[in-house]
Design a protein around this ligand. Structure first.
Ligand code: BGC
Length: 813
């Protein structure tokens, strides 16, 4: 223990209090022991520090900070050094605002395009996600403060996010959903980590011994603090016992009493509490001095420039067809007469809604900046209603403008309601009115460049109407300049997709049950997420993983490979400077244990002047070839021949080498089980029997419907008229907000919230015993339920007052 002397001086009550938030974003302090309050702030793409009234959904204003491109965008750069610089800048801003722990990056796996928070996550592939996140963490922590990678783990949907139970087999857990976190923990030593809201295989992530103790702490050696997601704690005592440190935001003293009671009952040891308190003191005593020493301002212009650089590298040129003149439409030559069309050109869609939303220091728009380019700007028309619906007047004005220009630049996007924290997307399509406008514009002027802003992939049939499409993802506050740099050829595009764009949603293996509206989210597709599925099952896609075009061309050659590394040469064979993202995939065509057709094992981004060649070496490790064997509970390698495919995308293999490995000789963990569906990647619709064979045990049964973890969205299934009214009111507000095109985050949060979160987020006003009274009420014991609630309310007030004065007098100097 690092701080035994201090801990020995603390009373049990004081220690328990240190393990929770005292305010929406601050932990308890202990003046006597010199333990300062730890200040947390979102988030993953910029600081959202609320100096005034704080909330965890980004509803109230926060101090101005740089809104960097969101994770999806920076991931598309595949540039770890860039990600580290972005992290460092965010960390500097955080420290300047008094923030000790920055709540990010987010690295959940993009299991399905409909996850409402995909914009906050890096990839469908754990290697990219882990490496990019590790770079962010290093950058943030270079400032002496802490990063908080999130949400650990298997948290890939927003629907029922606080009570959804992710049922996943151990191999998939390790290979797909934990591998990125493993990289982060092992390679960037984050000082904190955020546990996710959901359950994993029947136990809340935050109290999951296998995840927190077995894997995170014991196996990966994580010694930092585990922070619950806001309102994500179910049973703090259970969490503390297995390695969860801070219960956030401010659960109140009822939660302290629960810890005390658990110690008294012998279900939680004081030694476990001491371990957690040690983590708190270690965190507070390392990050706080750094914050106190940090400058109180940051260079907003320099950070804006960095945000623009990151957005530029993150833009992916999806297509760039030749026009009548024979050469590709982009880049546009100086003097090209351009019409700028689309509401998003004036009011950009540059970040996502929810806890990650930043109060940007400034926001560039295409309309603001186009006059500063070499293009001949002919005018701007919004062209369509932002949130859908017909408007012929807007359309006709846009068509007139497009006709009079050499090229029409169309800014299309998913609108604010389409993707947000707290809700999953309802489909992959862009609004019809945007697609119709594009079709009509191409009829009057075929030279159309689409600049597409969206935090995740969209249906792309409409792209056949546009010769050039640049995917800007969510470009942050300086994204407009980035897009124009590429359109004009100031910068050669180099971004590549870190998620596959399927032709249609139904092609995605999890689509049959995503998002799950049941208590369980069953990960029946197993390891077949993203390209692992599409490439194994041979399904045609709109744009493969790793795809992205350039204004120049690259040749690959001179491959040499061993099981330790792959070396090859990349040459810029075109006329402009550019960067290539080269990828190495490992395949084992002949195998006994089923596996994906290929898996990413490494990548490199190489900048090259015209005609220049560089030798690239991508290291490999034993893990590059391994699978997780559930029988030996270890990473094992099958013996035999492996292919090392040096590729420009998962579907564009340029060079192949073969290496033979001896293998670890482990038994086939699936022997005697019928996993044929997984052998053939036939996982669009997996039978119960196949899923059971994958799990290696029966599919767990779902728990009781009415209880502490019943979500507000299910209150209509209870037996209490009061709660039916609550349900109706929530539903009414939610529907009105959806129709107005602006998600109501508060209501979305409550909609997916279980009853017990009332006791975890009300700073002591409600405790778990009061929640139990509400459960009685919902079960139909109307009178007893209400009476019990009133009694518990009064008891809670009295107990809070007694405990609070006890802790206050102990912890004062
Ligand atoms: C989100 C977290 C966020 C936290 C604090 C939660 O609702 O899931 O990602 O860090 O709020 O704002």
């Amino acid at each position: 223990m690092r701080h035994k002397e201090i801990i020995d001086e603390l009373s049990l009550e004081e220690k328990c209090a240190l393990l929770q938030g005292a305010t929406a974003f601050g932990s308890w302090q202990n003046e006597r022991a010199g333990i300062p309050s730890v200040q947390f702030s979102d988030g993953p793409n910029g600081v959202r520090h609320q100096a005034g009234a704080a909330d965890h959904l980004g509803l109230n204003g926060s101090e101005p900070a740089t809104c960097f491109p969101t994770a999806v965008t920076v991931a598309n750069s595949w540039d770890e050094a860039l990600a580290e610089r972005v992290g460092e800048a965010m960390g500097a801003e955080a420290a300047s605002q008094g923030v000790d722990v920055l709540l990010g990056p987010g690295l959940c796996i993009k299991r399905n395009p409909l996850c409402g928070r995909n914009f906050e996550y890096f990839s469908e592939d754990p290697l990219v996600a882990g490496k990019m996140a590790a770079a962010y963490v290093r950058g943030i922590q270079e400032n002496g403060i802490a990063a908080c990678p999130k949400h650990f783990a298997v948290n890939s949907q927003e629907t029922r996010r606080q009570a959804s139970d992710s049922i996943v087999d151990e191999r998939t857990l390790r290979e797909i959903y934990l591998a990125g976190f493993e990289t982060v923990v092992r390679h960037s030593a984050p000082k904190t980590i955020m546990s996710s809201y959901n359950l994993v295989n029947g136990t809340y992530a935050n109290e999951n011994e296998h995840l927190l103790k077995g894997i995170l702490r014991d196996e990966w050696g994580f010694g930092g603090a585990v922070v619950t997601d806001w309102g994500g704690s179910n049973d703090h005592a259970a969490g503390v016992a297995v390695g969860s440190t801070f219960e956030m935001p401010a659960p109140g003293l009822g939660s302290v009493r629960e810890l005390l009671a658990a110690v008294a009952a012998g279900t939680l040891s004081e030694a476990d509490i001491d371990e957690r308190v040690d983590e708190v003191i270690e965190l507070a005593s390392t990050v706080h001095p750094a914050v106190l020493a940090a400058p109180s301002s940051f260079d907003a212009e320099a950070h804006h420039a960095l945000a623009r650089e990151a957005a530029t590298e993150g833009c992916v040129l999806l297509k760039n067809d030749p026009t009548a003149g024979g050469s590709p439409l982009l880049p546009l030559a100086a003097g090209t007469g351009v019409a700028l069309i689309g509401d998003f050109a004036k009011t950009p869609r540059y970040q996502g809604a929810g806890s990650s939303a930043v109060n940007s220091t400034k926001v560039d728009s295409l309309l603001d900046l186009i006059g500063e380019t070499s293009l001949d700007f002919k005018g701007y028309e919004p062209g369509f209603e932002r949130h859908g619906g017909n408007n012929d007047q807007l359309k006709n004005a846009a068509l007139k403008l497009a006709k009079a220009a050499d090229v029409a630049i169309l800014a299309l996007a998913l609108d604010e309601i389409a993707e947000s924290e707290g809700a999953d997307r309802t489909g992959m399509a862009l609004n019809d009115n945007q697609v119709e406008l594009l079709r009509d514009v191409t009829a009057v002027n075929p030279n159309v460049v689409v600049l597409l802003s969206a935090g995740s992939c969209v249906e792309s049939d409409w792209m056949s109407d546009a010769p050039a499409v640049l995917y800007c993802a969510l470009g942050g506050q300086a994204g407009a300049g980035a897009a124009l740099d590429i359109v004009t050829g100031n910068v050669c595009p180099s971004g590549k997709l870190t998620e596959t764009w399927p032709r249609r949603l139904a092609d995605v293996p999890s689509s049959a049950a995503f998002p799950s509206d049941e208590k369980q989210a069953q990960y029946r597709e197993g390891i077949y997420v993203g390209y692992r599925y599409f490439d194994t099952a041979g399904v045609d896609v709109a744009f493969p993983f790793g795809h992205g075009l350039s204004y120049t061309t690259f040749a690959y050659g001179n491959l040499e490979a061993s099981e330790r590394d792959v070396t090859f040469t990349v040459t810029n064979t075109g006329k402009v400077a550019g960067a290539e993202v080269a990828q190495v995939y490992v395949a084992k065509p002949e195998h006994e244990v089923f596996r994906a057709a290929q898996e990413l094992a490494g990548f490199a981004r190489i900048e090259l002047a015209p005609g220049e060649s560089k030798v690239v070496t991508i290291p490999l490790t034993s893990r590059s070839f391994a699978y997780f064997n559930t029988q030996t509970n270890a990473w094992e390698t099958e013996g035999g021949e492996y292919e090392l495919r040096v590729s420009a995308s998962s579907r564009d293999v340029r060079l192949i080498a073969r290496v033979t490995l001896e293998g670890t000789g482990a038994p086939n963990p699936y022997a005697g089980r019928d996993v044929s569906a997984y052998e053939s990647a036939d996982v669009l619709s997996v039978s119960d029997a196949s899923f059971k064979a994958l799990l290696g045990h029966a599919i767990p049964a779902e728990g009781a419907a009415i209880g502490r973890n019943m979500c507000f969205r299910d209150l209509n299934h209870g037996r209490s008229p009061i709660f039916w009214i609550v349900w109706l009111v929530l539903k009414g507000i939610k529907s009105r907000a959806d129709k107005a095109g602006k998600p109501n985050l508060n209501v979305l949060f409550i909609w997916n919230m279980p009853l017990r979160a009332l006791a975890k987020m009300t700073n002591g006003m409600v405790n778990m015993r009061m929640v139990d009274a509400l459960v009685m009420e919902i079960r139909g014991f109307w009178i007893i339920g209400i009476l019990r609630f009133i009694v518990e309310f009064v008891v809670n007030l009295i107990q809070n007052a007694i405990l609070s004065s006890k802790i206050a007098s102990a912890s004062k100097k």
